[in-house]
Design a protein around this ligand. Structure first.
Ligand SMILES: *Cc1c(COP(=O)(O)O)cnc(C)c1O
Length: 410
């Protein structure tokens, strides 16, 4: 790869500064890998679980055992892992509908949900099948200006008897707000339960899995398999994990009330899902190391990074403030040029549906849209921030970041 000497020597400095963080990341990966292996051993994972089912998919031993393994790994009583979840939004939607019905209110504790969930709760465009169709109410509490939860409002509003469930988004997504640690989320949950023990807590767990050694103590969590939990190998799918009742309810929303998770042919992807989960703690560590390296290199070159190179991580997203539209565009083009797939493609900013400003995206991934693979996007508006995440191996992630800065500074 053609990367300048300036970038190569700045990268060497950045890597030195990142060493302390890398040690922490590797410790977490070690603990999570042991957790995954324990769950594999307890469930006697064998070759027979990798065979394919077709048709209705009754008695799919591999599929049903993987549910049990996900439950153990996430510390939940039950889980549902399915290729039938078309993306994270779909899994989270099933989790939302698992806990609220007509006349109930869902209260978000972290402001507006992720863009693609707004048409589900009826905030923004109102589509058929959204909350409003079913007479479910939605309201939200904003985070405080410093990005921390508004515990006072949470306690006051969760006490309202019509609030049947609360929603927490763990990652900041692309809003620029900070990410919440598992400790903070658990404190929010305790606040809700102390005033209303029966209120269900639903967590959008996207981008947070395996970054810490525990997942949030929610009633149900949900996420995507083309992010952290698929380890870069799952070709598609999502998961929910939580109480027996809520997971069953979510399965009824995914397929058919009364049938739920007992159907759904696995069509030969079980092996990839198992191997993906086996790899996931390691893959998440690779993505985290790539993010820390990106922050350290940015700072080395005089650009602001959120979180900074020395801050502890709670998700895999790294924000870099690049300061001009040209720099953002050249950075994204460099990420693309450093990717293993479609490296010859030139990303352009475009009017993406659902976004106010033009967005530029870079992703040269093996699996379409997989953001556990090195990828980057940036809204074309001040302060021209690049949001990047992923990296299947630290080595390739590091080279991708170096290629991006090289392209930017040319
Ligand atoms: C990725 C993500 C989702 C779901 O997005 P999909 O593209 O549907 O998988 C939801 N919430 C957050 C915070 C996310 O990062």
């Amino acid at each position: 790869m053609r990367i300048s000497e300036k970038i190569r020597s700045a990268a060497a400095e950045a890597e030195k500064r990142a060493a302390g963080q890398f040690e922490h990341i590797e410790r977490v990966a070690q603990i999570n890998t042991e957790k995954v292996l324990d769950a594999f051993h307890l469930n006697r994972v064998s070759e027979s679980m990798f065979v394919s089912t077709t048709g209705y998919g009754y008695n799919d031993l591999g599929r049903d055992t993987l549910d049990k393994i996900f439950a153990l790994v996430t510390g939940m009583p039950s889980a549902l892992v399915r290729s039938g979840f078309v993306n994270g939004t779909h899994a989270i939607t099933c989790a939302l509908f698992s806990a609220v019905g007509a006349g109930d209110t869902l209260l978000s504790l972290t402001g507006a949900p992720y863009d693609t969930l707004r048409s589900v709760v009826g905030a923004g465009r109102d589509e058929f099948g959204s909350f409003r169709t079913y007479g479910i109410n939605y309201r939200q509490i904003e985070l405080l200006p410093d990005g921390t939860p508004d515990y006072e409002s949470i306690a006051a509003q969760a006490a309202d008897k019509s609030v049947k469930a609360v929603f927490i988004q763990r990652s900041g997504g692309y809003t620029g707000r900070g990410v919440l640690s598992v400790e903070t989320i658990n404190r929010m949950i305790d606040t809700v339960k102390s005033v209303s023990p029966d209120t269900a807590v639903i967590v959008d767990n996207c981008y947070g899995e395996f970054v810490e050694t525990e997942e949030p103590r929610a009633d149900i969590i949900a996420g995507s398999l083309i992010k952290n939990m698929g380890g870069g190998l799952a070709p598609t799918g999502g998961y929910v994990a939580g109480s027996e009742e809520l997971v069953k309810n979510a399965s009824y929303r995914l397929t058919v009330p009364g049938t739920g998770g007992e159907v759904g042919a696995s069509l030969g992807i079980n092996r990839s899902l198992y191997q993906g989960l086996f790899m996931a703690p390691h893959t998440v560590a690779q993505a985290l190391k790539t993010a820390v390296f990106a922050a350290c290199l940015a700072e080395e070159l005089g650009y602001a990074a959120f979180p900074s190179g020395s801050e502890e991580r709670h998700d895999i997203i790294q924000t870099l403030q690049l300061g001009s539209p040209e720099k953002l565009m050249r950075f994204c083009r460099g990420i693309q040029a450093g990717s293993p797939v479609d490296s010859f493609v030139t990303p352009e900013a475009w009017d993406m549906p659902g976004y106010e400003d033009q967005v530029i995206m870079a992703a040269g991934t093996f699996i379409q849209g997989a953001s556990i693979e090195l990828s980057c996007d940036g809204p074309m508006k001040p302060p021209y921030r690049a949001y990047l995440q992923g990296g299947l191996s630290y080595e390739s992630g590091k080279l991708g970041i170096m290629a991006a800065f090289d392209s930017m500074l040319q």
